[in-house]
Design a protein around this ligand. Structure first.
Ligand SMILES: Nc1nc2c(ncn2[C@@H]2O[C@H](COP(=O)(O)OP(=O)(O)OP(=O)(O)O)[C@@H](O)[C@H]2O)c(=O)[nH]1
Ligand SMILES: [Mg+2]
Length: 148
């Protein structure tokens, strides 16, 4: 089986699909609500509901078989972690953490990092903004280094 994709998970509205657009080089457009798994080039985007409802965990696990890297997204403005402790270790993938919306006035990087560490105890965490594009190129380079 070909194992060359990155699977992106995280809650509804956390900025996954907008991040996908930035990683693929679309600098301005924002995303529509994701209704199903969406395959775009080397990225598999998931609806936030798949991370928020354990009913969908099996689907995420099955989809992981097509991927090599797991991107776990934490919104910098959120005060909770919706994934269970150490969720990342249930996937046979290279895990990377991403904190999105670091440009937002309500962003709290310290809290977001602490929350993300619940689901992702080890592995690098990248700070990104799809508005200022901060951190996007660095994140892309890291993902592509795992995929090749
Ligand atoms: N300020 C700010 N807003 C962002 C950023 N990234 C995304 N947003 C906004 O957050 C909202 C949700 O973004 P999406 O990319 O659709 O979120 P998602 O995680 O794909 O959501 P689902 O498809 O429902 O799971 C949109 O209004 C985006 O414009 C960012 O880096 N900074
Ligand atoms: Mg989406």
């Amino acid at each position: 089986m070909k194992r060359g994709k990155v699977l992106i998970i995280g809650p509804v509205g956390s900025g996954k699909s907008t991040l996908v657009k930035r990683l693929l080089g679309e600098k301005n457009s924002s995303a529509k609500k994701t209704q199903a798994l969406e395959y775009a080039n080397w990225i598999i985007d998931s609806p936030g509901e798949y991370s928020q409802n354990p009913m969908y965990y099996r689907t995420l696990m099955a989809t992981a078989l097509e991927a090599k890297v797991l991107l776990i997204v934490q919104d910098a403005t959120r005060k909770d972690c919706i994934l269970p402790p150490n969720f990342a270790s249930g996937f046979p993938l290279c895990p990377i953490g991403v904190i999105t919306k670091t440009d937002h006035p309500d962003a709290d990087i310290e809290t977001a990092t602490r929350l993300l560490r619940i689901a992702l105890p080890v592995g690098d965490i990248y700070l990104t903004s799809s508005v200022t594009l901060a951190g996007i190129e660095e994140l892309k380079e890291r993902i592509l280094s795992y995929l090749q």
